[in-house]
Design a protein. Structure first.
Length: 98
């Protein structure tokens, strides 16, 4: 099986959100939609796509914070904090508590 590399113009915002436990469907909520749109645009224009892809390739499945180089670190933090629903904490890959 041959894996093709991600194009240089690819957007990693959804993979980053998944690592941070952010529900992508929350972007349809009016209070979050502007933040999601801004994060997507920043990701499209980001110059650290290769660094981001490398980080996503080697980072743990779940992380608490976006990496320092991420232009969306501030928005992602806000989305994590303001996310609707119960707060979940992952103690290990097998243990998730509310």
């Amino acid at each position: 099986m041959r894996v093709t590399p991600a194009p240089e113009y690819s957007v990693h915002i959804y993979a980053m959100m998944a690592r941070l436990g952010i529900e992508p469907d929350s972007g349809v909520l009016p209070r979050f939609s502007l933040r999601y749109a801004k994060a997507f645009r920043r990701c499209v224009e980001c110059r650290s796509k290769k660094t981001c892809q490398d980080w996503l390739d080697y980072a743990p499945v779940m992380v608490n914070f976006a990496p320092d180089f991420c232009v969306n670190a501030d928005i992602l933090f806000e989305l994590q904090y303001d996310q609707p629903g119960p707060r979940m904490v992952r103690l290990s890959p097998d243990v998730l508590i509310e």
